[in-house]
Design a protein around this ligand. Sequence first.
Ligand code: DLL
Length: 433
Amino acid sequence: MGQEILWAPHDELEKIQLEGLKKTVVSCYENIPFYKELFDEAGFDPYAVETLEDLKKAPFTCKQDLRDNYPYKMLAVPMKDVHEIHMSSGTCGVATVGAYTEHDLDIWGECFARGIEYAGGTDEDVLHVCYGYGLFTGGLGAHYGGLYTGCTTIPMSAGNTERQIRVLRDMGSSIICCTPSYAMHIADTAIEMGLDPKKDFNLKAGIHGAEPFSSNFRADLEEKLGYKVLDVYGLTETMGPGVAIECWEQTGLHLAEDHFIAEIIDPATGEVLPDGEWGELVLTTVDREASPVVRYRTRDITRILPGQCKCGRTHKRIDRLHGRTDDMLIIRGVNVFPSQIEDVMKTFPEVSSWYQIELTTVNSLDRVTLKAELYPDFDFDQISAIEQLQKKIEAKMKADLSVGIKVKLVEPQTIERSIGKAKRVIDKREGVK
Ligand code: DLL
């Protein structure tokens, strides 16, 4: 059942990739002045691509290239063929634009629909989409996946949490799509409203992504909502959600290899790393018409998992994302990812999944403070118990991560909730934007 291509022999996928790659590099060269200049300067001949290995001869591209060519200079098709536009938020600079032809939108729906299939979804399912609709790719990406599958698709968008809860309950939604942090907020709010999401909702799966989340966070969510969480990855620059999605096995995210070529590189040297090694994910689109990208450096850290998935599908898997090269914290010379801090924090059962890491400057040195919420059953009158626990967590951080992190445990519901991507790191360091 479903999309046969997911079971195709890998050499068949490679043939599709090679044909697509040849077309993509030529289209970029002939239609986008930026790529013509880039390829010429690097001595890369787009007409001489004969094998997938030849991709390694092409230069990398990055977010700044897309920003420099804002808004339309990265288009490979005439405007009359562009049917839809999405944009990244642009919080750290000029926004980046992703444009779609009718064909690109079809592929997007097909890719997200794979996640619905992995979740056991069919045209009999009710798909509750509470990723934000609009320029963000989450809402419409999931929506097109729902339409592709023939699900009853509910375009909730994000926010108005009590209404989300009523609709989830009344409509019997069976699959929910939103950020994992918003799913947790929905679950907690439902419990506060006196509901038991496991009984009052009809959810069998959640397709959650757009931000990193730990295995502990996932386990908490699955426990509260009584469903299975599948991780979905994507980014505005290459399509939006659906570039890679986890199947029911939960052992890595299957790349849509008929539409993307993935490489893992050493972020410092650009060297391509073998399967199994962690590094930066680099993506090349195989059949994107409006906004093709060649060797786009995502800054996301993962690895290609060796071997085949137990589910039998042939598309390679990437591991769950560790974070981004640019959210690595360097604390007095030691490299630490927020996800590692979270992993240590979650070994303490008294601490919930809500946390924030604050970076400040004290006497010209970086100071890291972890603010984390305790579970409601903790006795908050026991100040000394809180202090003791803080010290225990600080000691474990030091032992496991070799960094000094100040821990501040706070009461439930004191850290701000978000309806989209959670803000986990607040950088208040001097001289840092
Ligand atoms: O976040 C697209 C998306 C929407 C993905 C809905 C999944 C679900 P952007 O706003 O352009 O697009 O942000 C892309 O978000 O480079 C990663 O750093 C991060 N990200 C996306 N998915 C995951 C994930 C969307 N599953 C950036 N795990 C990417 C960890 C993720 N990080």
